[in-house]
Design a protein around this ligand. Structure first.
Ligand code: FAD
Length: 480
């Protein structure tokens, strides 16, 4: 695997140490490097050891590391918190993992412009903690926000629970400092709400999964912090009834929820067991967790009452209201725990992240059930149903061994992706392609789209040193 790039030698390590400082490079220490050989995909399929791990403390240090790697033809893998679910931060060609943990400062809070500039290694949740008394907030809300870094969120164009109302990460990125694969530092955008001075490259960088450069700081747009929030938990007899309510909830109920999260019975049962939570779920085969926020309590109350009535008409057997932070957090904790609960349950599973036009979401849940029974596997579903993004955890029955699972999974995914594409969807809505979905992406997107992506990559990274082997393959340079 390593023969197309040069290896990290003790001389390179000495240069890395000269750049980042003593104690900031891990080399020849497989025990400490193991943590950087993986992300949060369960199991051992998607792992690869780096040759060195480096912890730079500034854009200038990152630029020097990238220049060194480009000169020596050594692959680099940018890494945030490692909470990714597509293998993006896994160094599949070895080389150097560049960690952004030390880039953890809030650079500037600018209330007059309603913006904040932070280093890329700041934990997403810490931004809102910092802003909590300011009357402003950053609207990104991935379910991993207590661990993931804002740089990782930009690199994956993370979505999450509030995307129905507030949209995904890139909507809030106004400025981005990037170390390009050449080692040059470039500032894209800035504190401007409008700017058509040349190509808008921020949306290209957002979602580039570390393949076009390393982000070092980010300027985010802030919005007024909603004063009131309430959630309703609507319990339905089965998945079909619950998911069928989702499109109408948006088009017919006359309200704009902040979130519409779906959990089928397996998902909420796994999560409740995992965190020792008990809810009155006797008649419940699936649930919708629907959130509303706003500036006036009356508006929020009117909205959740209207949505609650809609859910009852759509077949909900019970609708509970959580109108205080403690109860709301109790419900959201269940939702946030679903991925971890599944991951802990078995290493043999495939976490899918399919996305379809929102009105087609009921068809996908039905397809998951049918495909599951066709192949004798379980396909429990949960996710951000309001924006058409469903997480399906394909899981084998307990008696299957790895060989049977490996032999069956490709056919399951092929059928699932075929339906998703037929509905006008894509194979990843927010977790990214990484190298987990690289082969499937190549099979499901138009050839000319793939060629366009490859030419962008080649223009910015002619030596293919920046996170190679992610999203798609390129031919790699000759060994020097
Ligand atoms: C329990 C759980 C819940 C999750 N919920 C959600 C959710 O609701 N929504 C969602 O979108 N995702 C979710 N995720 C996935 C994950 O948290 C996101 O993809 C997140 O954005 C990754 O951030 P990170 O800092 O951990 O990045 P990493 O995992 O470290 O890296 C992810 C990718 O970004 C690149 N990268 C990281 N930092 C930089 C940088 N500074 N510059 C350039 N490239 C960089 C890496 O090379 C890699 O390709 C969840 C994950 C878990 C484990």
């Amino acid at each position: 695997m390593f023969n197309i790039y040069n290896r990290v030698t003790p001389a390179i390590v000495a240069e890395l140490t000269g750049i980042a400082g003593a104690g900031r490079v891990i080399y020849n220490d497989s025990e400490r490097m193991e943590a950087y050989s993986r992300d949060e995909i369960p199991g051992n399929h998607y792992r690869a050891m780096p040759e060195a791990v480096v912890f730079p403390g500034s854009s200038a240090e990152i630029a020097a590391i990238v220049k060194l790697a480009n000169r020596e033809l050594i692959p680099l893998t940018p890494r945030g918190a490692g909470s990714g679910l597509s293998g993006g931060a896994v160094p599949i060609y070895g080389g150097i993992v560049v960690c952004t943990d030390r880039l953890n400062k809030i650079i500037e809070f600018d209330p007059a412009n309603m913006m904040i500039t932070v280093e890329s290694g700041v934990i997403a949740n810490d931004i809102n903690e910092y802003l909590k008394d300011s009357g402003l907030f950053y609207a990104g809300y991935p379910m991993s926000m207590e661990t993931c870094f804002i740089g990782g969120n930009v690199a994956e164009n993370a979505g999450g629970g509030k995307a129905v109302k507030y949209g995904v990460t890139s909507r809030y990125v106004l400025g981005l400092e990037v170390v390009l694969p050449s080692g040059e530092i470039v500032q894209l955008g800035g504190k401007l709400l409008k700017d058509v001075t040349g190509y808008n490259l921020i949306p290209l960088m957002a979602g580039s999964e570390g393949t076009l450069g390393i982000f070092t700081n980010v300027t985010l747009k802030l919005i007024p912090r909603p004063i009131c929030q309430a959630d309703i938990l609507a319990l339905f007899p089965d998945s079909e009834t619950a998911i069928a309510a989702v499109p109408g909830l948006q088009t017919e109920s006359g309200v704009l929820p902040t979130s519409i999260e779906f959990m089928d019975q397996s998902a909420f049962t796994e999560a409740c067991n995992y965190i020792n939570e008990t809810l009155p779920l006797d008649q419940c085969g699936a649930m919708l967790l629907i959130t509303f926020d706003g500036m006036h309590e009356d508006d929020v109350t009117r909205d959740y009452e209207q949505a609650g009535r809609f859910c009852q008409r759509a077949g909900a057997v019970e609708v509970y209201v959580a109108d205080n932070p403690a109860t709301s957090e109790r419900l959201w904790k269940i939702r946030r725990s679903v991925p971890e609960a599944f991951s802990a349950s078995t290493p043999l599973q495939s976490g899918e992240d399919i996305v379809v036009p929102p009105a087609s979401i009921p068809a996908v849940v039905k397809a998951c059930r049918e495909i599951g029974s066709r192949y004798g596997v379980r396909v429990p579903c949960y996710g951000h149903a309001g924006d058409g993004n469903l997480h399906a955890r394909v899981t084998p029955p307990p008696e299957w061994d790895e060989a049977q699972w490996d032999a069956t999974l490709p056919a399951v995914l092929q059928d699932l992706y075929a339906i998703v594409m037929e509905l006008g969807g894509r194979i990843s809505g927010e977790h990214g392609i990484g190298f987990k979905r690289k082969a499937d992406m190549a099979k499901t997107v138009p050839r000319e789209f793939l060629t366009l992506l490859q030419s962008v990559k080649q223009a910015l990274d002619p030596n293919n040193i920046m996170n190679p082997g992610k999203i798609f393959d390129l031919s790699t340079p000759e060994k020097g």
